[in-house]
Design a protein around this ligand. Structure first.
Ligand SMILES: O=C(O)CCC(=O)C(=O)O
Length: 279
């Protein structure tokens, strides 16, 4: 099983791992995430204005967001170090893996389709990004946690299998042959039952799909990074973030530190993943 996931990941640039959040826990996790998002999203927007940051998902009408959702609910924490995810991460990065993003996203019915992009540090619209052409190396893992089932109808993420091997991506709008806003011939929806986790190479071209159902599609975005990837430009308050994002008036993927009281209560196998960003 583990090697089959790795084979899919290597070939397609992603795989889907089922039952990461057990069936008897998924409803509670989803309810808690939806609740804290509705309670704290406005504060988070205010904070973004104060730090003069423009965030990452602005422009996607109909998508609610809350960054570092783990500061508000830890209901999903027991599953963050799932052995199948960690095996993939450690196979690629070795020891000392870090979690570099724990956000939630809620795609409401009728939300806008997004543009083709790869995730930080490959999204060319971000103030800090790896300049194309990229070497063929997995530098970051993007995972999307399905807190409701993902289907084609409710906007399961659109992905282009194999695109992770490309030395560039269309996010900057400068690839003559690819329109970042248009359907792509080999695009597909990533689907899976609630509790599944999509694990992708952050270079994979993907996009937010429109939710055509009548219920919100709820998910978490969790990223896993090797110790050697410099995350400082994404961390509000660091000199690199100030220099590269605030002073340029740019936008970036951004994260907040984990509160010490939250960190202390995390499961022992999850603490090492956040140890670098407690404050
Ligand atoms: O919510 C989705 O389906 C995709 C999210 C996404 O594109 C991202 O977080 O970069």
């Amino acid at each position: 099983m583990a090697s089959e996931l790795k084979r899919q990941f290597d070939t397609d640039g992603f795989c889907v791992i089922e039952n990461v959040i057990p069936a008897d826990k998924i409803d509670d996790v989803r309810k808690q995430v939806v609740q804290v998002q509705s309670e704290h999203a406005a504060d988070s927007e205010e904070e973004m204005k104060k730090t003069r940051s423009r965030g990452h998902r602005i422009g996607n009408k109909g998508v609610g967001n809350l960054r570092q959702v783990i500061n508000h609910t830890q209901s999903f924490a027991p599953y963050l170090a799932d052995r199948r995810i960690m095996d993939l991460a450690e196979d690629l990065f070795g020891s000392y893996v870090r979690i570099s993003c724990t956000d939630c996203v809620i795609n409401y019915p009728g939300n806008d389709r997004g543009y083709w992009h790869a995730d930080w540090p490959f999204n060319q619209t971000n103030a800090s990004h790896v300049v194309a052409p990229y070497p063929d190396v997995t530098m970051h893992l993007s995972t999307i946690w399905m807190l409701t089932s993902f289907t084609a109808e409710n906007g399961g993420t659109l992905a282009i299998p194999g695109s992770h091997r490309s030395a560039r991506n269309p996010s900057g709008g400068d690839m003559e042959e690819v329109d970042r806003d248009a359907p792509y011939p080999t695009e597909m929806h990533v689907t899976g039952p609630a509790g599944s986790v999509f694990v992708g190479d952050s270079r994979l071209w993907h996009s937010v799909a429109t939710n055509l159902s009548d219920a919100p599609r709820v998910a978490m975005i969790v990223r896993y990074a090797p110790w050697w990837l410099n995350l400082n430009p994404t961390m509000i308050g660091t000199p690199e973030h100030t220099q590269m994002v605030v002073e340029t008036g740019g936008k970036n993927y951004e994260m907040e530190l984990i509160r010490p009281d939250v960190y202390e209560k995390l499961p022992d196998n999850v603490k090492p993943l956040y140890r670098y960003c407690v404050g």
